[in-house]
Design a protein around this ligand. Structure first.
Ligand code: IVH
Length: 672
């Protein structure tokens, strides 16, 4: 049916409107209308296109084709898609600048476009008269594959550009990737529906762009960041790469907001370190930064080597995933007897540290991974998160292949191992078990509990093994001469340990309660108990019902607390301890929850006494704001070792910088 003018106008208006809402929804993450209204617009357009035969390939209704391809078609890149040279440290980045200056025969400062190196797949988009005609993979740089059918399913890639009259060919290049949120969502769907778990965002993106069936690709929420223009007819190119980004953005193409223009290589180093600092809060994965000369004429002068430009460099960050081998699996006995499988690994440098063992949590996890001793595995460590094995690779190549089984008897004391609940295994040895005793003494002496300085894990293990101590109460009977005889202990350190043990008798009631290691009683619950009862004897005598009156104490925790204080050996241990003169003071919080209100803190570098999350929680408890980056609104920067760019920025802005000790003093001054 031929369409009357008013229908043609309606169709054009609907396309504009739908494209606008697509951009609001997918690119800007700020939808303006409810999904149902969007669906109504979409359905109306679809209907008109069908009835009046108005379907065009660039219509927003045409993102997903209906049939899988039989095979990929090869695409020859008219301009080769280059790769990047890489460096791993600052000096090499500086050398890169020196080489360029030498080649240019000029000492003049260079301006750079600094960009995140998004961990995805390089893709070339070819627009003809503003309409997306073809998308291709990089392939070997010269010949790639036609993946138009899959790229069309990416909602942030316009099927028609806002190029305002630009005709002819326009090739745009960039990185197609899967965001962290999209990846998490896919995997939680897969877990619920029993589907296949995706290994990581990069592999998923690479697999998806090379799907023959676009309907499958459409289920993966890929995205793209464009970073350059390749082939182009009839466009006066701007002088600087940063202006190219401006053009791409104006045409409606997605560009990375985390890019920056920097003068000189030192500022690029700052950019890289800042980017590394915020790597974990970005919503896409990166494997480094890309530093490019910003001036396009200078790029031309510098030219290229066989496969890499001389004007760009990748500054690689430590990989967050590495392959290694499981040498053995041991079973660790915890404070309460829980037995946990721990994988001993061939040491591997991942996420910035060397990892040689990692917890497997429980036997269900071992089963889920299908793990055996001797397997090659991928270990992931991102940010401060503990390293974990995410996948076994090539299990068929494992020549040792020893199955992992839970021992029937405790590896530390030989008592029978009992199964508790669905996945938990426990040593039945109780106080007989030296591993359980060691762990409970370690907990008792730990920083958040009685904070006995100098009484480290190793020393506790030696003391238990040499039967110097049996329970925590024995610590208070120790004499300096006994400690001095131990391995690597001099008179001075022995004296210090004795003094620290003595000092621990000043612990507050809350810390003492926490140190006892009652099941499910963490620091916060211990504080709540201390605050509520104010007295140890009252806690001992109280019933589970009374504990439940406390906010955040549920029936399970309440039952654990009551059960703990009904056990004879616990009461006798407490009696023993008290006889040494514990003062069990109440902890009074002199500050209120808004003492630090209006102040913004930035935490940077590594903190040794507590995790960043703990520090953040403490600050927030007093009403402070904790920000991710330094600005003129920052009140205080807490800088631990390794802090660089944020410290430098704070110095430049004249913002107060304190170290961890000063930070702890500040917090302790608020609590006393
Ligand atoms: S520029 C001539 N910029 O890194 C320059 N590449 O190892 C060629 N990549 O194949 C690439 N983010 O897949 C450039 N902002 C970015 C990038 C980026 C990620 C990838 C791209 C390229 C690889 C080079």
């Amino acid at each position: 049916m031929t369409a009357p003018d008013n229908i043609l106008q309606e169709v054009a208006a609907l396309r504009r409107e739908i494209n606008h809402h697509n951009r609001q929804y997918y690119t800007l993450d700020s939808p303006e209308i409810p999904d149902a209204d969007y669906d109504a617009l979409f359905d109306r357009l679809n209907e008109l296109e069908q009835v009046y035969d108005l379907v065009t390939p660039e219509s927003p209704t045409r993102r997903v084709g209906s049939e899988p391809l039989a095979q990929f078609v090869q695409v020859t890149h008219e301009q080769a898609m280059l790769s990047l040279d890489k460096v791993f440290d600052e000096q090499d980045l500086k050398d890169f600048e020196s080489r360029m200056k030498k080649r240019l025969g000029s000492e003049a400062s260079l301006e750079y476009s600094c960009e995140p190196k998004v961990d995805g797949v390089a893709v070339s988009l070819l627009y003809l008269d503003g309409v997306l005609k073809r998308a291709a993979t990089r392939g070997d740089g010269l010949i790639g594959e036609d993946i138009t059918h899959n790229i069309r399913t990416i909602h942030t890639i316009p099927l028609r550009l806002d190029t305002q009259g630009l005709t002819g060919r326009l090739e745009v290049r960039g990185e197609v990737y899967l965001g962290k949120a999209g990846f998490e969502k896919l995997n939680s769907q897969a877990k619920r529906g029993g589907g296949k778990i995706f290994v990581n965002p990069r592999n998923t993106a690479a697999g998806t762009v090379r799907q023959l069936d676009p309907r499958k690709a459409a289920k993966i929420p890929l995205q793209m960041y464009c970073y350059s223009i390749g082939l182009v007819d009839g466009l006066e190119m701007p002088g600087r790469l940063s202006d190219v980004f401006g053009l791409l953005e104006a045409w409606g193409l997605p560009v990375n907001p985390d890019r920056s223009v920097e003068m000189g290589v030192d500022s690029c180093v700052e950019y890289c370190l800042d980017l590394l600092d915020k790597r974990n809060v970005l919503n896409y994965e990166i494997d480094g930064a890309v530093i490019k000369v910003n001036d396009l004429q200078t790029q031309l002068e510098l030219g290229q080597n066989a496969r890499t430009p001389r004007w760009a460099m990748a500054y690689k960050f430590p990989a967050e995933e590495k392959t290694t081998q499981v040498i053995d699996v041991e079973f660790q006995v915890g404070r309460t007897g829980t037995i946990t499988p721990v994988a001993r690994l061939e040491p591997v440098f991942v996420g910035g540290v060397t990892v040689s063992n990692t917890t497997l949590h429980n036997m269900d996890e071992v089963k889920r991974l299908g793990l055996r001793v001797g397997d090659s595995v991928i270990v992931r460590r991102a940010g401060d998160v503990i390293p974990k094995i995410i996948r076994v690779i090539s299990p068929e190549k494992n020549v040792i292949a020893r199955t992992i089984v839970m021992p029937s008897h405790c590896p530390a004391c030989g008592s029978v191992v009992l199964k508790e609940g669905e996945v938990l295994y426990k040593c039945s040895g109780g106080l007989i078990c030296p591993a359980q005793r060691k762990e409970s003494i370690k907990h008792f002496a730990s920083r958040s509990a009685l904070d006995i300085d100098g009484l480290g894990d190793k020393l506790i293990e030696i003391m238990v093994d040499q039967e110097l101590i049996f329970t925590v109460a024995d610590l208070y009977r120790l004499e300096e001469s006994q400690i001095r005889k131990l391995e690597r202990m001099g008179p001075k350190s022995a004296q210090n340990v004795i003094a620290a043990i003595e000092k621990s008798k000043q612990a507050t009631l809350a810390r003492f309660l926490y140190a006892l290691g009652i099941r499910e009683v963490g620091e916060a619950t211990a504080q709540a108990l201390a605050h509520h009862y104010q007295d140890l004897q009252a806690i001992i005598e109280a019933s589970a019902e009374e504990h439940e009156q406390i906010r955040d104490v549920g029936p399970i925790v309440a039952a654990h607390i009551e059960a703990f204080f009904r056990k004879e050996h616990n009461l006798s241990l407490i009696g023993n301890l008290l006889q040494y003169g514990f003062s069990l003071k109440r902890e009074t919080i002199s500050a209120t929850s808004d003492t630090l209100a209006g102040q913004t803190f930035v935490l940077t570098g590594s903190l040794e006494q507590m995790s960043r999350d703990e520090a953040k929680a403490k600050l927030q408890a007093f009403g402070a704001k904790v920000a991710g980056s330094v600005s003129k609104n920052t009140s205080v920067v807490v800088a631990g070792p390794g802090a660089r760019s944020k410290r430098a920025k704070a110095e430049a802005l004249g913002i107060k910088i304190i170290d961890e000790a000063a930070f702890l003093a500040l917090i302790e001054g608020l609590i006393h």
